[in-house]
Design a protein around this ligand. Sequence first.
Ligand code: GLY
Length: 608
Amino acid sequence: MYLTKFDIRIIIFIMKYTAREVKEIFLNFFQKNNHKKIKNSSIIPENDDSLLFINAGMAPIKNVFTGEQIPESKKMCNIQTCIRTNDIDSIGDMHHLSSFCMLGSWSIGDYFKEGAIKLAYDFLVNELKIPKKKLYVTVFSGDSKRNLPADEESEGLWQEVGVEKSHIVRKPFEDNFWRMGEGESPCGPCTEVFFDTENEKIKSYEETGFFDDKNRYIEIWNAGVFMQYLQHEDGTYSKLKMNSVDTGAGMERMIMALNNFKSVYESEIFMPIIQLIKNNVPNCNEKSLRIIVDHIRSSVYIINAGVEAGNLKRGYILRQLLRRAIRHLKSIGANETLLQNIARSTIENLDKCGLNPDWAFTKEEIIQKITSEQEKFSKLLVSGLKTFEEFIANKNNIKNGKINSALVFKLYDTFGFPFEITKELANEKGLKVDDKEFNELFDQHKNISKGETGKVFKSGLADVSEQTIKLHTATHLLHSALKKVLGENVNQKGSNITPERLRFDFNFERKLTDDELMQVENLVNNLIEKNLAVICEEMDYEKAKKSGAIGLFQNKYGDKVRVYSIGEYSKELCSGPHVENTKALGKFKITKEESSSAGVRRIKAILQ
Ligand code: GLY
């Protein structure tokens, strides 16, 4: 068949890579290369206090890198929803998002740099057919202060597979040494692939020597974190027992590159929602639009994981995202009811694009949670904005372009403005705020008015509502009942609690029989009916261990630990919180028993 230029243009126009396709191509490629597809996880980390949200595909399996956990396979891949709000300031540009799908692949003690670089090149150039000239790679330049050598090996390997030397950029520790966060994490030098979004006629890095990774070159794949070290909480490193590879690509950016979009927002993941807003608010500013659609999508994911908006940890992140979206909706002049439609369209579109989580709530429930935050914040927003304007109108309140921190704190404390909102308002006026001073005021205030509550939970609870606290206590009873029915060597492997249900993972080789499940359920209910007091004691770590308390996170506890006992039936190291007496729990019911991973079973249960 003969195609005219016009036909070709039509085909190029129609043939866009969608999320579904990119996911499929990625998984097929790695499966074809003998990687086992593993399950993805909730965005709330299980038993990992070092992280608020899963921020990379490797986070749920971080213990396989240290050898603490046996991987399902030495070569694995999956697609994991991630939340990252550390660069919330950048959202609104062409490619930063607060939630995204990570295309991840791993070699656990199997291939290392050579294998990873070959696979990466093969995938990008042969499978996806991205023109070589569009690709640049970065390698770690070494860090003498930390005694970490430059990654010359990767530099050589990229050239061997076919990347020109002029397309390889050396980058320092801050850019090319990857870890999960500041806490304990496997880590190592990494090599990243960047896509050139510019027209080739404009002088490139090769000619200018300037690698503009803010605007022109976007990172599309961390094609190899070469896991060799363990970062400790005190910032030191030790060598891991084996070398592994962790890779992660942001699917949304990959779609942008493959379709030659100008931003991640042009894909089918965001376009319908952007269009909805544009239909209602003509001429609105692009940055606000992007912030709104990004933040509402992340909020939907976070709410669905069971988090309630609040002033602490996960709840605070959710509040920050929602309130920031609400303020941008106001700034573009949107009617308040538009938010519900945006939320509805976001949820429906996630389904349509195949990016939906397992829904734990109905669409209407999620919308309701979003609009309830809007109800709380809308009035405060109007009066807070007025206060802000009046305050900055007085020149005495501004020194060297910096707004007096008392205002920033007042906006937070009295008007519910997350710090990020005030910072953004200030930036829009060409002014600055001081986050250190704000944090000092915040800490002072916390110590005066809230005392201990500032610390709150640590126990895999998504929030601290009354129901999650009850479910948390029920989890301890379940743990002890499982030991009674199935044997003492049954131990907790994971726990996740939402206001609706508890989920408990434990080591056991086979499916539980109906009879065993009934015995466990009855045992928990018997304990509840005994009206047992739940006692919390603080003691030294060693004493707690000797007392026979069970606990999962031994190496993370400090010297003093809390031990929660429920009558003589359960004694666990745990930071709480719990109910005071089991009589508060009501009736315990197991709703599901299934496999979680090899040798690990999962129980879901509710309180009625
Ligand atoms: N885990 C690799 C990355 O997040 O870049």
